[in-house]
Design a protein around this ligand. Structure first.
Ligand code: GAP
Length: 440
């Protein structure tokens, strides 16, 4: 079973490279461990996922504002937030084979899982933040950190956003951006990496309403994955026990996905209480208290956080969409991506390179390109071209054939059902718009 799961991941990783979804970083230099680059299809898919999140979390709401804060922040932020003291994992080394592990992930804390020797060191706390220096002098006063979460950029801008947007509580601030963690055990392709992107939203509320808003955001986030097309039976909730809670959290639930390598965290919904704003108020002397005509007393807002990993969502989307279907012939792989996020929305093919078909196909392609990411392909047998698009996750293939000249119709092949239906050329935009953006 474990081998089958590994095989599936291996085949997915190989498809990602072959089709230009994801490449190993600096591959020509032998690669850099746990760092990955998104290729032509991958970067498009990632952008679509981010847009899908941004639209759901900000554009379609009146109560959430966007933010794009800097990766480098004042180093005091990370002392105040507790990350300098507490953002650690327990690290153990094997004195024999020099392998490194997270102590909390070892099945047997006395035995090295690689060489089998009982030569593990005692665990020591290892801080996950990357450090660098700002300016030309590399001394302690110049240390800055690459942010390990985007959330702090939101907290330190709470007053700026509140005052400039004139939002009233409850309201939220959403942000998408890079985060960095010097993970001890990165792995499982892009699941756990040292550089990744987060999609986070912090919702500022009255403390008495924390349960209500926690449940509300749990439901919103669950539904977002369903709208993204993730199979409902593949996701579940996991509540953090007292030993799992992050230093800032009163309550936390993860949405988990069943990857080939097991059920793993996809996103966290956290009740961070007034922990962060109170600490920033104490450290800076800036008043983070909130008052308006509806409340009798001034209070520090509680925060309900929704924190998703963009790369992890992308991996989920790929794993969930990946199917091997022998009925499709020798190239049997298909990525059943939701049309909403599929990198290529439609492909345009002339059936053959003669009888005026390429000219009509080119014209259709140029017209559709104004609205959708489309792909033109005139090379190889039509079966091959369909198979290439199945593997790239393209939901619709439009073929111009002998009948097109007679009645201005083309066929649209649906990737998932493989059915072909004739449509008028003039109906294509409306058809595609409906299938891509309106279907859930
Ligand atoms: N601000 C809260 C926070 O950062 P987290 O549970 O540590 O919470 C949130 O991270 C999400 O960020 C995770 O659910 C995951 O999707 C993503 N994430 C965290 N560490 C990651 C890593 N090393 N590689 C890829 N994604 C990661």
């Amino acid at each position: 079973m474990a081998k089958k799961a590994n095989d599936k991941m291996e085949r997915l990783v190989s498809l990602c490279k072959r089709r230009g979804y994801i490449f190993q970083s600096s591959e020509v230099y032998g690669g850099l461990n746990s760092c990955w680059d998104y290729g032509p299809l991958g970067s498009e898919l990632k952008r679509n996922i981010k847009t899908f999140w941004w639209e759901a979390m900000t554009n379609r709401r009146d109560d959430v504002e966007g933010l794009d804060a800097a990766i480098l922040m004042h180093p005091e932020v990370w002392k105040t937030s507790g990350h300098v003291a507490e953002f650690t994992d327990p690290l153990v080394d094997c004195k024999t084979c020099k392998s490194r592990f997270r102590a909390d992930e070892l099945a047997n804390p006395d035995k090295c899982p690689v060489c089998g020797n009982e030569t593990l060191t005692m665990p020591r706390q290892f801080n996950l933040m990357f450090k660098t220096f700002m300016g030309p002098v590399e001394d302690d006063s110049a240390v800055v950190y690459l942010r390990p979460e985007t959330a702090q950029g939101i907290y330190v801008n709470f007053l700026n956003v509140k005052n400039s947007s004139r939002q009233k509580i409850p309201f939220g601030i959403a942000q998408i951006g890079k985060a960095f963690r010097n993970e001890i055990t990165p792995g499982n392709f892009i699941f756990r990496t040292r550089e990744f992107e987060q999609m986070e939203m912090q919702y500022f509320i009255h403390p008495s309403e924390d349960e209500k808003w926690f449940e509300y955001w749990k439901e919103q986030r669950w539904n977002w994955y369903l709208e993204l097309g993730i199979k409902p039976e593949k996701i579940r909730w996991h509540e953090h026990g007292a030993d799992e809670l992050a230093h800032y959290a009163k309550k936390a639930f993860d949405i988990e996905y069943e990857f080939p390598f097991g059920w793993k965290e996809l996103e966290g919904v956290h009740n961070r209480t007034d922990f962060d704003l109170s600490r920033h108020q104490a450290a800076t002397g800036k008043d983070m208290g909130y008052v308006d005509e509806r409340f009798s007393e001034k209070f520090i807002p509680f925060i309900i956080e929704t924190s998703a990993g963009c790369d992890r969502t992308l991996l989920t989307v790929l794993v969930d969409a990946y199917e091997e279907d022998p009925s499709r012939g020798d190239k049997s792989t298909v990525l059943k991506l939701s049309p909403k996020v599929a990198p290529i929305k439609a492909a345009v093919f002339p059936l053959v390179k003669k009888d005026g078909m390429p000219e009509i196909a080119e014209k259709i392609y140029q017209g559709l390109k104004e609205r959708f990411k489309v792909f033109y392909d005139a090379g190889g047998s039509i079966g091959r071209r369909y198979a290439r698009m199945d593997e790239a996750g393209c939901p619709f293939c439009i073929t111009i054939d002998g009948q097109t000249k007679e009645d201005e119709t083309v066929t649209i092949r649906d990737r998932d059902s493989m059915e072909q239906t004739r449509y008028k050329i003039g109906e294509l935009v409306e058809y595609l718009t409906g299938r891509i953006y309106r279907e859930s």
